[in-house]
Structures are given as structure tokens and as C-alpha cells.
Design a protein around this ligand. Sequence first.
Ligand SMILES: O=C(O)CCC(=O)C(=O)O
Length: 242
Amino acid sequence: MSLTDEQKKSFDDNGFLLVRQLFDFTIIEKLEVELKDIHERMAEHTPEGIGVSWESFDNPDQKPAIMQLMHSEVISPTLNEILRSDTVLDIVEELIGPEISLYHSKLLPKTAEVGRPIPWHQDYAYWKQEGNQPLMLNCQFAISAATTENGCIQFVPGSHKWGLQEHERARQAFGVFLKGHYHEREDAVAAEMGPGDAVFFGPLVIHGSAPNKSGSPRVMNTFAYNVTGNGTHQTREVLRGK
Ligand SMILES: O=C(O)CCC(=O)C(=O)O
């Protein structure tokens, strides 16, 4: 699949690009099988090489749930297949060029009714290191539907042109974020997706997501790619090119 000039312009202008139906329902069904009971299984035993961040809740009856599972390709053969598929890499190549490495793959579930928001941030605040440039690219892939009600990702269009903003370490969630808790922003747009859709976005676009107020879990997986040789840490594997 190649992107149209309009899609490329939209990515350049906005800092993100939504692509519908990247994969069909057979892939989603396989993922649903592989990820069944993932919270319980990881609580019982987290395999080597996986990093899990847990979310706990005020209600004692609500079991802790996975908020982020880092290196999800290790536990899901289908995620591993998707991240290296020509379907995804052809788009990645059009957006960041032919020298492509895997940066990481992370599963981002958000529990029905209680899943917490992710405050506004730019990923380069995490990824900046000596010797690298903000050239990375995320592909957030929808395993479930992602809606405004269940806390889909939201972007501030054009904010990738503002440079890296000041971030602070937040107490209410893991990670570094722009000042303040998650709040609705009038300049943000929601990337609502159906299962099989994906949104590609760069490391400088400001994004975040609302709490899950719906009765259904939201399940997304983000594949992050780097231009090979752009910094040395966290490059897991060369996927295309030299
Ligand atoms: O999907 C979300 O809730 C936000 C994900 C995110 O902020 C990220 O992958 O950097």
C-alpha cells in the first residue's frame, strides 16, 4: 500500500495520519485469542523480557490491570508478524525512509469504566538522548474499537512544529508529561478507530487520552520505529535496509 500525496501532506501538516483497515478481522480474531486473560496471566507470571506497568484502583474489588506491556511482540506472534509486515513497513518507509529499526512494541489496554487518562506529552521527551534526532515514528494499532468514550488517543494537530516542550515527572501516572493533569483541550482532535485501523504519528506531536468511561475495554498496541543509526539505545532490531 502506498500513501497518496494528500495523506503525506496531512501527516506533514498535522503530525499524525489515520489509516483505515490496515488489517482485517482475521488478524483481530487471532490477537483476541493471543491476548485473552492477559492481565491474569501476566499477574501470575511475567515472562523474561517483558516490562509491565500496572494500574491499581481505589475500589478493592477491582483487580490491578495492565496499563502498559512493553515488548508485546514477545508474547504475541501476531503482533510480531504485524510489526514486521510489508503492510506496516511500506507506510513507515514512506514517512521516515528506508532504514528502519524496531524501537519497541507496547500493548496499551485501558480498563472499562476505570481506565485512567494519559496526560498530554510528546514522546521525544522520553526518547531524546545524546546523538539522536526526533525521527522516530509510532504506529498505534487498534485491536478493539477506540472511541472518545473509551479513551482513544487524541492529538493537537500541528504541534509537532512547536519543538520539544517542557515536561515534568507526574505523580498520577507513570512517565513525563506537559504540566498538569489530563484535561480536555479545544485544540485537540480524537483519533477514533475501529479494530484493524491504525494511526501513525511522530515523536513531537502532542498527544494524550481521556479516561475510559465506557463499559468496554480499549486495547491498542503501539509499534515504534526509528531510523537505523539514529541514536544507539533501544534499537531492538533492524527491520529494513542496512
Ligand atoms: O493511547 C493512549 O492512551 C496514549 C498512548 C501514548 O501516549 C503513547 O503511546 O505515547
